[in-house]
Design a protein around this ligand. Structure first.
Ligand code: Z5A
Length: 216
């Protein structure tokens, strides 16, 4: 008998794009529409994932190799899928995830220079057929994002990267959006928050119910 599942929605963008702010807005909007929602993040979302996050973002592992970084991202993802994401989708809940594999293509691929095929091989292995149903890409110029993020506390290992690195990451995201326009919706995140929320609401409200879609 075919199973049904909830919708897998991800939010992406460079540093300081407003993902955390927008996730709260989107969660509230989905709940108002009567959806059950799991809000989670990557790397992280499980006990192991959060430990890996601390290793990946912290400065203790300064100079971590790009292959180790890639493998740790996918190790966290495998655990996240098994423990949190797949069970929630199977219950019929929507999953709202702060970053997912598009971030790997943008940061480890475009940013660090790891070949796309290598990331795709990991993606196929770890995720099997699962991909996000909808991705909101919060896009803004790198300088604006860094300016917003800079108002916070001590920068982590990624936040300490160069402007050039973030420009490559941003371009990586824009290339992904161009390649998959049906799934990845670009939101102009340089606008005032009220306008960003208007754009988000437009996309979410237009997005179809997904409960009746077969799993797998
Ligand atoms: N990473 C990776 O390399 N590969 C992977 O596969 C994955 C991740 C999954 C995780 O960091 C790091 O892991 C990430 C990539 C890497 N590193 N980076 N960079 P994260 O996602 O947890 O953290 P982040 O990117 O650093 O996110 P952030 O700094 O928390 O930013 P944000 O969530 O996008 O922004 P915010 O906190 O919502 O907003 C920032 C500030 O701007 C805040 O004061 C807001 O009030 C303000 N804001 C937000 N929107 C607006 C608007 N529209 N106008 C004005 N001000 C605004």
């Amino acid at each position: 008998m075919p199973q049904t599942r909830g919708r897998f929605i991800t939010v992406e963008g460079i540093e300081g794009a407003g993902k955390s702010t927008c996730l709260t807005f989107m969660r509230d909007r989905l709940i108002q529409a009567g959806r059950a929602v799991l809000v989670t993040r990557e790397p992280g979302g499980t006990a192991l994932g959060e430990e890996l996050r601390a290793l990946l973002l912290g400065h203790r592992q300064e100079g971590m190799g790009e292959d180790a970084e890639l493998l740790l991202m996918f190790a966290a993802r495998a655990e996240h899928l098994a423990q949190k994401i797949l069970p929630a989708l199977a219950r019929g809940d929507d999953v709202l995830c702060d970053r997912f594999t598009d971030a790997t293509y943008a940061y480890q691929g475009a940013g660090r220079g790891i070949a796309r095929e290598r990331i795709a091989a990991m993606e196929n292995w770890v995720q099997k057929g699962l991909r996000p149903d909808l991705t909101l890409l919060l896009d803004l110029p790198v300088e604006r994002g860094l300016e917003r993020a800079g108002k916070r506390s001590t920068p982590d290992r990624f936040e300490s990267e160069t402007v050039r690195f973030f420009q490559l990451v941003r371009q990586g995201y824009l290339d992904l959006a161009e390649a998959e326009p049906d799934r990845i919706k670009r939101i102009d995140a340089s606008q005032p928050l009220v306008e960003v929320e208007r754009q988000l609401a437009q996309v979410i409200d237009a997005y179809p119910e997904y409960d009746k879609v077969e799993f797998g």
